[in-house]
Design a protein around this ligand. Structure first.
Ligand code: PMP
Length: 355
């Protein structure tokens, strides 16, 4: 590709999203969405905005920020919202790093970090996960670089402790430490209370996993008022209106019905336990995940072959052509029934491939 694209963008790696199944003909265990619908108040709140669609949405997202602040015991000035957490990540990379200021992150983590760094020309300092896929926390202490950690990490599902995060944040006072808590509602401990103590900590969250609203595109983040104001400087320059009326109303309604979502998270965690145990019983190695997904491989069988065999049985899961993880499947936790269908399909595939 040449044409008009600036030279620095020509080598941008492609983000390969999970296969999109618009028609719903597959069991979708490949994009870490929630299998449960949004709570009833969301539909009403969205419908209530239709009359107002001719008018711009509130650029300050006042109601949504107030609702999130009340739910999590912080002030509205501690909160910013974006069009999915991807947008908040994009803004944070733009705001807090540049060509001369690298970002440190694990070698195996959420794929979009690499894209956001590349599009801004930010060098990446990759710190390899240990052989067992855990984060080497000491490697991040006193680094003097912006640090980005998904906690729990994706696609491993492993989390580091709040104490470990505090050590990293405390030892890098001159740089932003971004903790991506996209999967925090599935059992890991949040580092949110630390924002009261450290002005360099940004905690990013999303409605796409535990809040059943990946398609509404709502992300939010927490930090000191000063850090949030610095992030807003960039947001104001890029797209002040990126969170639509419908999304703002849906997000606030979901906060009012938080108990519904937390109950769904408990169901997902129970299905995660059941699936992990069943797969181990079949001979899979399964990481003990704290996300709404598991990361697993079957010794003796290629990951690619299992993905294909599942697809033929109408089940989508995710896999990457990347060193160390090419034979692992990342399997989103769906409903209990969906997981039972997955377990049956895997038993079938194993039987077929037995020598
Ligand atoms: N962070 C992590 C770790 C993720 O896995 C994802 C989505 N797969 C995101 C952020 C982005 O989520 P969204 O933009 O839908 O909020």
């Amino acid at each position: 590709m040449g044409g008009f694209l600036m030279a620095r963008h020509r080598g941008l790696p492609a983000y390969v999203p999970g296969e999109h199944d618009e028609g719903g003909s597959f069991i979708r265990l490949n994009t870490n969405e929630s299998p449960y619908p949004p709570s009833p108040g969301v539909a009403l709140a969205v419908a209530g905005e239709i009359d107002q669609l001719g008018y711009y949405n509130d650029p300050d997202c006042t109601r949504l920020r107030a609702a999130l602040a009340a739910l999590y015991g912080v002030e509205p000035g501690n909160v910013a919202v974006g069009n999915g957490s991807d947008e908040l990540l994009y803004w944070a990379f733009l705001a807090f790093a540049d060509e001369a200021h690298p970002i440190a992150l694990p070698d195996i983590t959420y794929g979009y970090y690499e894209l956001f760094a590349a599009v801004h020309g930010i060098p990446m300092h990759r710190l390899p996960l240990r052989a067992d896929f855990t984060v080497d926390v000491d490697g991040y202490c006193g680094l003097g670089e912006m640090i980005v950690l998904a906690n729990p990490n994706a696609p491993t599902g492993y989390a580091v402790s709040v104490e470990a995060i505090e050590r990293i944040v405390r030892s890098n006072p001159g740089n932003v430490v971004l903790i991506d808590e996209a999967y925090i509602d599935f059992g890991a401990q949040t580092c949110l209370p630390l924002i009261a103590k450290y002005d360099n900590l940004l905690v990013v969250r999303t409605y796409s996993k535990s809040r059943s609203m990946a398609g509404a595109r709502i992300g939010y983040c927490f930090g000191s008022p000063s850090l949030i104001a610095q992030l807003e400087t960039v947001r104001n320059a890029v797209n002040l209106y990126s969170v639509s009326r419908m999304a703002q109303a849906a997000g606030a309604a979901a906060v009012r019905e938080d108990a519904y979502y937390m109950e769904n998270c408990r169901r997902i965690m129970a299905s995660r336990r059941m699936t992990t145990d069943a797969l181990r019983e079949m001979g899979f190695e399964v990481l003990e995940s704290l996300g709404n997904f598991i990361f697993a491989r079957l010794p003796g069988m290629k990951g690619r072959a299992i993905v294909q065999a599942l697809r033929e049985r109408n089940i989508l899961v995710r896999r990457w052509d990347a060193p160390r993880i090419e034979d692992y499947l990342r399997i989103t936790i769906g409903t209990r029934e969906e997981m039972l269908a997955l377990i049956d399909a895997l038993k079938d595939i194993i039987k077929e491939n037995r020598p």
